[in-house]
Design a protein around this ligand. Sequence first.
Ligand code: ATP
Length: 512
Amino acid sequence: MAKQEDIFKNVVSHAKEYGFIFPSSEVYDGLSAVYDYAQNGVELKKNIREYWWKSMVQMNENIVGLDAAILMHPTTWKASGHVDAFNDPLIDNKDSKKRYRADTLVEDYCKKLEDKADKEIDKARARFGDAFNKEEFITTNARVVEYLAKKKEILSRLAKGMTDDLQDVKALIEELGIADPETGSKNWTDVKQFNLMFGTKLGASAENAMDLYLRPETAQGIFVNFLNVQKSGRMKVPFGIAQTGKAFRNEIVARQFIFRMREFEQMEMQFFVRPGEEMKSYEYWKETRLKWHLSLGLGKENYRFHDHEKLAHYANAAADIEFNFPFGFKELEGIHSRTDFDLKAHEEYSGRKLQYFDPELNENYVPYVVETSVGLDRMFLAVFATSLQEETLEDGSTRTVLKLPAVLAPTKAAVLPLVKKDGLPEISRKIIEDLKWDFNVAYDEKDAVGRRYRRQDALGTPFCITVDHQTLEDETVTIRHRDTMKQDRVKITELRAIIENEVSMKNWLMKM
Ligand code: ATP
């Protein structure tokens, strides 16, 4: 089996070679952690966004959409806590001049302890076979007990240091002998907080310019519009507001391709409920969001919940849906019960009431909020990386195929005339003219048909429609299925229904 690192490299190079993702401003050697979506990437991304929007907004009578501006009044970020608390604790290595997140250095150290424990567990499992009892082993094996206890102690000291005193985090790094992962140097500076928001200025003259931020999350645009939407839409609690859009974070450790970017897109929904009903709603959205992910068929085993023990200042419950990325399980989506923190804070800072009059209870209150927040780029990476497969065929040859869920594929069908003459291109064009109103379809006449099939496989196109000489006689074509490579002879008039059946959002979302 290929190593994880190789798989990931392959994902990045396939994304570039086949026109999905390019590094930003590449002619100038790129800009770190910023990427551009190319001709096929933009279609895949748009389809993921639509798949989300349809399931959240169109399918729910009590959820409406919003598209708030990226720039917002600066007090927004004071109220939300981002000015004071949206920080990463950073540490510099004095010798290498490299900068790291102090908490990540400690967490990576703990990960190594965990790996050691896992190794012991694997060894024991191999030795005892079916009789192996993991629960018992991890509570009785001296080495495993020691590794896991040490990990727990370190993480609890880290959590305390992060809230009480960053000097303790530095002391912990020194005590554990953590070295610069790239150079091995242990010559560290103090740990300092660093705000992740990008600043910018509004106004022409330097003296009068107003300091603004590029929004670090889309959620606040929803909160400040809560009452506008509720009143103009005559919405009744419980109801939700959904939004997709760009967010910006000056991430320090920006590796892992589009997993952690400085400019990225979020798909967020804030659901407003009666105080006291938030936990029921939180559980509902946790399950519903997982079902949405599972409907794409990327494999149940690739998802897991991670319930937060340490909660953000605004939350009373929080969980991540983690996905098995090429570099392991990592956060894909966050579901947070945000209490009334945000609306109350905006009331306080703006001096305006952000309350709802509940006609059934005959009282005013600030609603509680349950948030679902998924990164569109992370969704892209999850879908793309999992779909990219190398297959060995019966004749021993290999093919690269991007088994994207058909509903998300950038191009739904490619129409290929077998040869570039005898009227076959003309019939192919006619088929395209007919299908293009409903589906994104492509025309391809270059190279032998086998090579064209492979090219479409690598682009994730679910169907290839081949026009040959028999088409001239009986108006039939062959339709080839990407995943099975099976070819059927069908009437041209049947094409639309065959494609529709496989790519329609309805059929996919019904699996939820
Ligand atoms: P992480 O812990 O990975 O930094 P987070 O907990 O800060 O993420 P949230 O603030 O909950 O993330 O944002 C919601 C979602 O937005 C995340 O689940 C993720 O999918 C996406 N996201 C957050 N930061 C980035 C980023 N820098 N690049 C791409 N997507 C991101």
